[in-house]
Design a protein around this ligand. Structure first.
Ligand SMILES: Cc1cc2nc3c(=O)[nH]c(=O)nc-3n(C[C@H](O)[C@H](O)[C@H](O)COP(=O)(O)OP(=O)(O)OC[C@H]3O[C@@H](n4cnc5c(N)ncnc54)[C@H](O)[C@@H]3O)c2cc1C
Length: 581
């Protein structure tokens, strides 16, 4: 049962959600390591934090679930937004960011982002990231939806994330004092008797060393675990994006906020099952490649099952309408026709042109057996970016001492109700540096932490291979229910339907093993999203309620979620300061 503390906007309703675990079942740690700071995650946020902490002379351990480059960072295409053109200004970047956030951005956090952003991009260049340049050596700056100036730096055309990840990884490899534990899933956070986060329990998989469940004790923990796209059946996020950081923070007593604001990309390639589909069947699911707006910009159009252009007449820009408008229209056509996807018709552009202009997209299509110059391209909306997350202040501090959050897992307030394109990589860079500076100033010195419980003692056994299949099937059911009821278009009825599935899946106690732990995290994060989406009875930013189709000023504020000691999800209401509007 979800409870809501006053004051709240009028007419607030509560969905019935499962009791959530306050700790996951795991054996007592078989090994222990010590470090100054544990960073969980190795994308732009985690690696930038680790490198910045080293500049402050601190010892760092980075724990990452699979390989170092398996997060969303390497998939980023467009680029990083920052004021680098003399004709552009931080005020203009802030204004664009605030418009996208529809009244819910934190104005101070936005100022930090736009003012410190340019220096952080220059740091990245000094570190070795090679961005695209003109013949005279100046940076190429492009423009994306919602920006009123050319301020997006990019690399390899549309391969920015891969270059950023490469440069950061190379820098980390050069520093022997950054210990990286790969193929290692953080299971839970450790807390001292004083209520301070003081380490993690971690399960190291086959390729890692040492093996099994252990503990890394530290004086602070930085969550940099990325997004939660994998709570939905179709997502652009990689398989590791299961929202673990959000669930870890909730179990440690931290507040999360704005999690109802999930951005959907309208056109992901809906052919076959991508990584993370987990037994979803033939329906397109898991990580789906992006088919960018640029293809529609060149004249490709969307058609329904009868070959009819359904966006004509719905918006003056038709297929080039804003992302959420296109995603909503596609979702309605799919629902009305019982379809898994609609189609993008690019045949009239010709194979030669498509191959020259969109080699990456043509490659994705061909890998799926589609020749886009001759055949229709199946596309569907896919969960793309989490605007909300673990509530963090201007120094990345969460509501729990010793716990920090950085990057997509955090909610610093820079995105509000919707993220402006290419502000997310920038957020990781800017706040990583701030977190390191704060830790260098404030990190407690002294005695070994007095843990408030022996981690995992008696609450689980070493995971066995037989643990895996059941959680995978339940995870697939959860993702389908989230896509159907809590995705692009939501209503009280659709969210209640999803909540019922979550109650059923969440009724069984969590099982030990990575897929069991991940399932518990999926249930926790999905419940938080459904609870907030159900409570917010308006349409704002990327949260679309069919039964409440307009924005309502009574909802200018934030829903903050937490887990009570009995496992129930609680919500508190925090009105937005007037300055943010
Ligand atoms: C297809 C695509 C295109 C995009 N394009 C752009 C763009 O052009 N510009 C832009 O600004 N943004 C873009 N984004 C968004 C941006 O890429 C992400 O917001 C950003 O990379 C997130 O970085 P991060 O460091 O927070 O997380 P990630 O890069 O996702 O890294 C998360 C890390 O946490 C680890 N992890 C997770 N859980 C655990 C656990 N339990 N234990 C241990 N480790 C764990 C993962 O293994 C991973 O290493 C795009 C995203 C996608 C998916």
């Amino acid at each position: 049962m979800t409870t809501v503390d006053p004051p709240v906007p009028p007419g607030l309703e509560r969905p019935d959600l499962p009791r959530l675990p306050v700790r996951l079942p795991a054996p007592a740690p078989g090994w222990t390591e010590r470090t100054d700071v544990v960073v969980v995650g190795s994308g732009i946020a985690g690696l930038t934090t680790a490198l910045s902490l080293r500049e402050a002379g601190l010892h760092v351990t980075v724990v990452t679930k699979v390989d170092i480059d398996d997060g969303s960072t390497r998939w980023a295409q467009g680029g990083i937004a920052a004021v680098l053109d003399p004709l552009d200004t931080p005020e203009a970047h802030a204004a664009d960011t605030l418009v996208a956030g529809v009244g819910l951005c934190d104005a101070a956090a936005v100022q930090v982002l736009v003012r410190e952003g340019p220096a952080r991009v220059r740091d990245l260049i000094r570190l070795g990231a090679g961005f695209d340049r003109h013949d005279d050596g100046t940076l190429m700056l492009t423009r994306e939806g919602g920006h009123h100036a050319n301020r997006i730096v990019h690399a390899g055309g549309d391969a920015t994330g891969a270059e950023v990840q490469r440069a950061l990884h190379a820098a980390v490899r050069r520093d022997p004092w950054i210990r990286v534990i790969a193929h290692a899933m953080v299971v839970d956070l450790l807390t001292s008797r004083e209520g301070r986060v003081c380490g993690v329990t971690v399960h190291v998989l086959g390729e890692g060393s040492p093996y099994g469940v252990g503990a890394v004790l530290a004086r602070a923990v930085v969550l940099a675990t990325g997004g939660m796209g994998q709570i939905f059946d179709a997502t652009t996020n990689p398989a590791v994006s299961t929202g673990d950081g959000l669930a870890l923070a909730l179990r440690a007593g931290a507040l999360i906020t704005d999690v109802e604001f999930v951005q959907f990309h309208p056109t992901a390639l809906a052919a076959g099952a991508g990584p993370g589909a987990g037994g979803a069947g033939a329906r397109p699911a898991g990580q789906l490649p992006l088919v960018s707006e640029a293809l529609r910009g060149e004249g490709a159009y969307l058609v329904d099952g009868e070959g009819k252009r359904f966006l004509l007449g719905q918006h003056e820009l038709a297929e080039l309408a804003p992302r959420d408008v296109v995603a909503k229209a596609i979702h309605r056509v799919m629902r009305a026709g019982g379809l898994d996807h609609v189609w993008l018709d690019a045949r009239h552009l010709g194979t030669g042109f498509l191959r020259r202009r969109f080699p990456t997209i043509v490659g994705y299509c061909r890998a799926a057996g589609i020749e886009p110059g001759e055949q229709l391209i199946p596309v569907a909306p896919a969960a793309h970016y989490a605007s909300g997350g673990v509530r963090a202040d201007l120094h990345g501090r969460t509501s729990v001492p010793g716990l920090y959050a950085c990057g997509e897992v955090a909610c610093t307030g820079v995105h509000g109700a919707n993220r402006l394109a290419s502000n997310s990589l920038l957020e990781g860079l800017v706040f990583a540096r701030r977190i390191a500076a704060d830790l260098a100033r404030r990190l407690p010195v002294g005695a070994e932490p007095d843990l408030d419980a022996t981690p995992g003692a008696g609450s689980g056994r070493e995971p066995a291979p037989g643990d895996e299949p059941k959680p995978a099937a339940r995870a697939a059911a959860l993702r389908r229910a989230m896509g159907a009821g809590a995705g692009v278009l939501r209503s009280a009825a659709s969210l209640a339907g999803t909540a019922a599935v979550l109650r059923e899946i969440g009724a069984a106690p969590p099982e030990p093993g990575t897929s069991g732990w991940e399932l518990a995290n999926l249930v926790t994060v999905a419940s938080a999203v459904v609870g907030a989406a159900y409570a917010r009875r308006e349409t704002r930013g990327c949260h679309w309620r069919e039964d409440w189709p307009d924005a309502d000023d009574a909802w200018l504020g934030h829903l903050c979620g937490a887990i009570a000691p009995d496992g129930s999800l609680t919500q508190t209401w925090r009105p937005a300061p007037a300055a943010a509007t």
